[in-house]
Design a protein around this ligand. Sequence first.
Ligand code: ZZB
Length: 260
Amino acid sequence: QEYTCIKLKVLEWSKNAKELFGENPEFKDKNIYFVAATLRPETMYGQTNCYIGTEIDYGLFKINDTDIFICTYRAARNMAFQGYSEDRGKVNQLAEVKGSVLIGTKVNAPLSKYEQVYILPMENVLQTKGTGVVTSVPSDSPDDYITLMDLKKKAEYYKIDPSWANYEPVPIIRTPNYGDLSAPNVCVQKKINSQKDRVQLAEAKDIVYKEGFYNGIMLVSDYAGKPVQEVKPLIRDLLVSTKQGFIYNEPESLVMSRSG
Ligand code: ZZB
C-alpha cells in the first residue's frame, strides 16, 4: 500500500507534553512533525484537525539533524528502511509517549485552509495501520466528520477544550450525488450518530470514497474545476516536492497479518 505521509508541524505542545518535552535540549530548535498517512492527498485543503489514539504508544524519532517525527514505532521502522532515518534501517527513538499526553497540541497542517489545528482523540485509530496518526478531513471522510461531531457535543467527556474542535468542514470537492460536503451528507442520510456506528461508517466511507474519486471535481486550489482523478497525483507530487510530505510504503504482508 502506497501512502502519502503529511508532515504536521508542532507549533505548541499540549500542557502535558510541554511538561515532558518543554525543557528537553534534544527537542530545542528542532522541527517536530506529526506524520499522518493518507490515501487522499487531494483532500489536504480541508484538514480541520488531526487524530491519534489516546491509548496508543507514540515515539519521537530523530530523522536527521533538524527533524523529529511522531508516529508509531512500527511506522518509524518501516520508514528507516525507506530512507527516512540517519542510518538506513536504524531507528533513533528519543522518547515514547501515550497518545493522551499529546492531545491538544497545536500543529500546522500543510495546504489546510486553517493555519492552526489541534491533535484530537479518535476511538477508531488503528495502531497497526499507516503511522497511527490520521489527519482529519470531515468534508470527505465520514469517520473524521462523525468524530468531530462527537468531540463538539461531548468535549468534557473526551477531555478536550471545546475550542480545539471549533472548526467547520470545508467544501473542497463537488460531487453530483452528495454535493459539496459528501461525508456530512452521507452521514445524515445514513443516520449515523457517533463514531461507535462502525458498520455504517465503513459503508459510508466506501460510498464517499468512490463518489469523490470517480465523480468529484475540485472546488479549491490551483486545480479548481478539475476532476479528482486527474489532480490526485499532481497534489501528491506538490506535497512531496515542497517537502510537506513524502511517499511511504506499508509492507503488504504486515498489513494483512496484523490487521486483517
Ligand atoms: C485523509 C483522508 C481524507 C482520508 C478523506 C480518507 C478520506 P483505507 O482505504 O481503509 O486504507 N487512516 C490512515 N491510517 C489510519 C489508522 N491508523 N487508523 C484509522 N484510519 C487510518 O483508508 C485509508 C484512510 O484511512 C486514510 O486516508 C486515513 O484517512 C485513514 F476524505 O486520510 B485518509 C472516504 C475516505 N475519505
